[in-house]
Design a protein around this ligand. Structure first.
Ligand code: SF4
Length: 204
C-alpha cells in the first residue's frame, strides 16, 4: 500500500468492498489456513484455496464471518462472493473473516449447542437479556439433545433470541442470538427431528 497507494489497494476489491481481506478457513476442509484474497472473490475460489471440502464429503453449511455471524446453507455460499454487500444480501456478515466450513456429517443441533455454550459461559452478566438469555438458550438446546425437547421449543428459542438481539449494552448479545435464529431458520427440520425422535437426524 505504501508503494502503490490507496487507490491501487481499493481496486483489488469491488465497489463498497475495496482491497483485500484475510480469511481464516477452518472446519471440514482439506487445508485449513489463512488466505488473503481480493474482496469480491467467489466463495468457491476461497474454498478451493483451502483444499476444498474434506475428501468424499459434501458442503452443508458455512459460517462466513466468525461464530457470531448467521450460518448460511452451503448452496447459498457457493453462489456468493466474499464481499460485504454480497454476504449481507445472502443473509449474513463477513465479521472477523473466520470462515467455518461444515460438511454433511455435522449435526446442526449439536453444533449450535457448542456455540451457545460459549456465549453462555462468556457473557459478562452486566445486562439482563444477555446474562439470563444466553443461559436459557444453552439449557434449552442441551435439553433437546438430552431427548427432553418438547413441541414449541423452536418457537421459544427464536423468541428468547429475539429478545436478546438489539437489547444489550454490547454486541455480544447480538452475537449470541444470531447463530440460534439462523440455525433454526435454515435447518429447522433437523431440530424438529431431534425433538420428535429424541436423537439426531445425522448418524455419525
Ligand atoms: S451484552 Fe455485553 S455487556 Fe451485556 S451482559 Fe452480554 S457481554 Fe456483558
Amino acid at each position: 500500500v505504501l508503494r502503490e497507494g490507496g487507490a491501487w489497494f481499493a481496486n483489488q476489491g469491488v465497489p463498497n468492498s475495496g482491497g483485500t481481506k484475510c480469511f481464516s478457513v477452518s472446519g471440514h476442509v482439506n487445508q485449513p489456513g489463512n488466505f488473503e484474497i481480493p474482496l469480491g472473490t467467489p466463495f468457491s475460489k476461497l474454498l478451493a484455496l483451502a483444499g476444498g471440502v474434506r475428501n468424499g464429503h459434501q458442503l452443508k453449511a458455512v459460517i462466513p464471518g466468525g461464530c457470531s455471524m448467521p450460518v448460511l446453507p452451503g448452496e447459498v455460499m457457493l453462489a456468493t462472493r466474499m464481499d460485504y454487500d454480497s454476504i449481507a444480501k445472502a443473509g449474513s456478515m463477513l465479521g472477523s473473516g473466520a470462515v467455518i466450513v461444515m460438511d454433511e456429517t455435522t449435526c446442526m443441533v449439536k453444533a449450535l449447542e457448542r456455540l451457545s455454550r460459549f456465549y453462555h459461559m462468556e457473557s459478562c452478566g452486566q445486562c439482563t437479556p444477555c446474562r439470563e438469555g444466553t443461559g436459557w438458550l444453552h439449557r434449552m438446546i442441551q435439553r433437546i439433545i438430552a431427548g427432553r425437547g418438547v413441541q414449541g421449543d423452536l418457537e421459544k428459542l427464536d423468541d428468547v433470541a429475539s429478545k436478546i438481539e438489539g437489547r444489550t449494552i454490547c454486541a455480544f448479545g447480538d452475537a449470541a442470538a444470531w447463530p440460534v435464529r439462523s440455525f433454526i431458520k435454515y435447518f429447522r427440520d433437523e431440530f424438529q427431528y431431534y425433538i420428535d425422535n429424541k436423537q439426531s437426524l445425522i448418524k455419525s
